[in-house]
Design a protein around this ligand. Sequence first.
Ligand SMILES: Cc1cc(CN)n(C)n1
Length: 331
Amino acid sequence: EKGSAPAIPVDPRFDIAYVTPVTIGTPPQTLYLDFDTGSSDLWVFSSHTLASQVRGQMIYSPEKSTTAKLLAGHTWSIRYGDGSGSLGNVYTDNFTVGGVTVTSQAVQTAQQVSTSFTSESDIHGLVGLGFSTLNTVYPNGQLTFFDNAKSQLDSPVFTADLKWKKEGTYDFGFIDETKYTGEITYLPVQTDPGYWTFTSSGYAVGDGSFNQVSISGIADTATSLTYLPTAVVTSYWRQVEGAVNSQYYGGYVFPCSSKLPSFTFGVGSANITIPGSYINYAQITEGSPTCFGGLQSSSGLGINIWGDVALKAAFVVFNGGNPPTIGWARK
Ligand SMILES: Cc1cc(CN)n(C)n1
């Protein structure tokens, strides 16, 4: 089996996130979910979510699905790196994305969500694509959609082809050679504690010299920006006149009129170049001449995160084989 589904930018002005249509249950209920390689819970806005916390999101109603089964006595609660979170109960039901169906997928129904989820009407939940060890369901952890689907896929892989302010795709079970140029460079993955953690071989700012330095970080499709060590980020923003690291705005801001240099990162002996335009992330407020950078320091996070600003510059293969590896190609 194999399948393909669109990755649609939420608020294409900024690519805050990407959502993908899925169907759950019988008859099928359609929701648009944020596929997240940086976590491993599949949760949805539901008929159980506090009404005061739902604002326009599509919801999953297990009571309307003839194939839904309550996973009795199981609960979940998750907190993300940006401080957002949600919690609730668990059902199993049929779950389909891009024509690939998993019967009895654990679908975590939210009873409560934090304000940032309530205010984002285009995101109806998340599909965790990290390793199942990160799943928060208690007392028995559940498997991700990818772990459940793997055995029925032609190849135990999924790929991310995210795009700048345009619709991209997630493919399951195959590698679409038309989606990239040159070769795919595969790197080892550290699966503990459960992220797609890999080591980049260094970086260059604009057409400057390449700095060979190992940068270990996670590939995270549900983090909008890219967060790297302070030394790397400082050397980037030093090239932009008027860029400052603002306490007030919580990161590097710069004059929107700036022409930003590109940022190149090493993957083995190859490399991926992020165009400067991708790093001009957004005006700090509508109409402001000050813009917020897509490349920020990871010093407060304790982990480096290759988020959408980096991923959308590449074709990325998440290989769930034995051992798992991650593949990068230019496109
Ligand atoms: C909701 C959400 C997901 C992620 C990345 N794993 N973040 C930072 N926030």
